[in-house]
Design a binder for this molecule. Structure first.
Ligand SMILES: [Zn+2]
Length: 86
């Protein structure tokens, strides 16, 4: 599968997941900004290109932690991540 947007192309498998597992020793949050693109699955195959461009961008959520799903607040920088939603 090829993804591209803004002239940048990525070759990737059917799913890209580079998120590291939660580290209970450090308790670090993993801050992310979820971004959602619309795709058309009609006639979709693994060799298709996915256009990650502005035309297909449908949502940009606020900053939050992937592990605990808390919305970013400065005070959370001083608190350990519990590693899961509460
Ligand atoms: Zn967290």
């Amino acid at each position: 599968m090829t993804t591209h947007g803004s002239g940048i192309y990525y070759e990737m498998g059917p799913k890209l997941d580079l998120i590291p597992p939660y580290d209970a020793r450090s308790g670090d949050h993993f801050w992310i900004v979820p971004v959602v693109y619309r795709v058309n699955p009609v006639n979709f195959s693994p060799s298709e290109s996915v256009h990650l461009d502005r035309e297909n961008l449908v949502m940009v959520a606020g900053v939050g932690c992937y592990y605990c799903e808390r919305v970013y607040e400065p005070r959370l920088l001083r608190r350990r991540c519990p590693g899961e939603p509460k």
